[in-house]
Design a protein around this ligand. Structure first.
Ligand code: NAD
Length: 288
């Protein structure tokens, strides 16, 4: 398949490399020259503008920073430039309303489109082990699957357009809340004189078990090895968690969903991100 890839940053670079490994031809575009040079070294053909990269392709994949950029790239450089009938896949994490709007415009312009945000960070993007949560019609999903399988270990059809983004932000809101809860409980156990490792042993096998405690223990030297053991370097950056929480709160408002803990988690991460945006999100335990 011939695939245009737009946005070859931390995530997109590895994803494009996995498309090449699977035998696809990749036409790449990024605003940053270093991202384009790295893509060329991997074996992508590179272009001076996104529209030119989309000429003659079967599919377009985008991995971009936010909804405003996604909307403008599709409207300016993809619609009318990619051949009619090409399948379009936006893998960025963006707001649900923009994802739905761009998908509707794509359909009107004669394209099948999916929103396909990912779970898994840079290591999963490089390793081809991302999880994709996909929103779109059955037909669009089936067409997108072949492209996504080359970049991930799981590809799940969540529902209609926007459902992938909905799944992503609801999951990450839950993750933020459970990480803060885990950190609070571990700190409180410690302050009350309980050995944190003992608390981990007990709670990870009791009703307190959850991914944040069992698989991503936020306290250094306790439980499973995690970013906490590397001074909170690597992992999932606080700044990106905050981005997802902001998207979640925006969506909650439009759906009139009551999310008191989500809102509070966003406030706590907002404050923490002021000086610690680059640290792994489990470092929120430092504030407790
Ligand atoms: P990044 O900033 O490293 O990469 C984004 C790339 O898009 C950059 O190379 C930038 O130059 C390029 N770009 C920006 N505007 C452009 C335009 N108009 N045309 C072409 N290229 C343009 O970001 P990232 O970490 O790769 O994240 C990409 C997306 O993936 C985001 O939506 C993010 O929320 C999501 N995500 C990231 C992670 C992670 O761990 N990094 C995990 C899950 C999801």
């Amino acid at each position: 398949m011939k695939i245009a890839f737009i946005g070859l940053g931390n995530m997109g670079g590895g994803m494009a490399a996995n498309l090449l490994k699977a035998g696809h031809e990749v036409s790449a575009f990024d605003l940053a020259n270093e991202a384009l040079d790295a893509a060329a070294e991997q074996g992508c053909s590179t272009f001076d503008d996104a529209g030119a990269a989309c000429a003659g392709v079967d599919a377009v994949v985008t991995m971009l920073p936010n909804g405003g950029i996604v909307k403008s790239v599709y409207e300016t450089d993809v619609f009318g430039k990619a051949p009619a009938g090409a399948v379009l896949l936006d893998c960025s994490t963006i707001d649900v309303a923009t994802a739905k709007g761009v998908a509707a415009s794509a359909e009107a312009a004669g394209y099948d489109m999916v929103d396909a945000p990912v779970s898994g960070g840079i290591a999963a993007a490089n390793g081809g082990t991302l999880t994709f949560m996909v929103g779109g019609t059955d037909k669009a999903f089936k067409r997108a699957e072949e492209v996504l399988n080359a970049m991930g270990k799981a590809v799940i059809h969540a529902g209609d357009a926007g459902a992938g983004q909905t799944a992503k932000i609801c999951n990450n809101m839950l993750l933020a809340i459970s990480m803060i809860g885990t950190a609070e409980a571990m700190r409180m156990a410690q302050k009350l004189g309980l050995d944190p490792q003992k608390f981990y042993e007990i709670s990870s096998q009791s009703s307190g078990y959850c991914w944040s405690l069992n698989a991503y223990t936020p306290m250094p030297g306790v439980g499973i090895e995690s970013p906490a053991d590397k001074d909170y370097q690597g992992g999932f950056a606080t700044g990106l968690m905050l981005k997802d929480l902001r998207l979640a709160m925006e969506a909650a408002e439009t759906a009139d969903a009551s999310t008191p803990l989500g809102r509070h988690a966003k406030e706590l991460y907002e404050k923490f991100a002021e000086d610690n945006g680059g640290l792994d999100f489990s470092a929120i335990i430092k504030t407790l």
